[in-house]
Ligand binder design. Structure first.
Ligand code: AMP
Length: 212
């Protein structure tokens, strides 16, 4: 089974992808996570991607496709994609790499909701747990409830960078919606719903598509 999770920054693709991956027992390929890991380790890929990421720009298509192609071919039958495709060009190239049928889930949300969510997001440096300063604040400021690690804000979660990312999303990524809608494989889910409901809707879609 192949699921492509797609939507604006802050819609919750990472969180939904992680839960779905555990629930359905299929691996998650997150381009953002792979890139951040490479930046952290200071690899050649990380050095090339870092400045794009810091400013909220898109990393060039060629780098992204090269980075995930092998993994996609290796996992052929089942995986969840989070964060890719992000341009029509990536979408078309993916179609030449992915040989099996797939479903696309669009996590939909308004810009104001996304700005609020991203600008208040803090992440634990040690265990990766995600907080929201207003909705899910840590008990002690700057400290993870679960492991005691320190909380940080992603460089690209600063408000001016978020606005850049959203502008790019509307310009470059949103057109992918029409591409998948024409193929009749797109399901839109309201990203502001509670997480368990989002997961259920996606899973329901999966079983419905088996019945078709
Ligand atoms: P994310 O964690 O998905 O929000 O990704 C963080 C950053 O990584 C993005 O703002 C981009 O700079 C870069 N990135 C991740 N995936 C892609 C992609 N498919 N195409 C281009 N840039 C990407």
């Amino acid at each position: 089974m192949i699921i492509i999770l797609f939507g604006p920054p802050g819609a919750g693709k990472g969180t939904v992808g992680t839960l779905l991956s555990k629930d359905l027992n299929i691996p998650l390929i997150s381009t953002g996570d792979i890139l951040r890991e490479n930046v952290k380790k200071g690899t050649e890929l990380g050095r090339r991607a870092e400045s794009f990421m810091k400013s909220g720009a898109l990393v060039p298509d060629k780098i992204i496709i090269r980075m995930i192609k092998e993994e996609i071919l290796r996992l052929e039958g089942g995986f969840i994609l989070d964060g890719v495709p992000r341009t029509i060009n990536q979408t078309k190239i993916l179609d030449t790499v992915v040989n099996n049928p797939y479903q696309v889930v669009y996590l939909d949300a308004e810009d104001d909701f996304l700005i609020n969510r991203l600008s208040n997001r803090r992440i634990c440096r040690d265990c990766g747990r995600i907080y929201h300063l207003i909705n899910i604040p840590p008990k002690k400021e700057g400290v993870c409830d679960r492991c005691g690690g320190s909380l940080y804000q992603r460089d690209d979660d600063k408000e001016e960078v978020i606005r850049n990312r959203l502008t790019l999303f509307h310009l470059k990524t949103r057109p992918i919606f029409d591409y998948y809608q024409k193929k009749n494989i797109l399901k839109t889910v309201d990203a502001s719903l509670p997480l368990p409901e989002i997961i259920n809707l996606i899973k329901k879609n999966k079983s419905d598509s088996h019945k078709r």
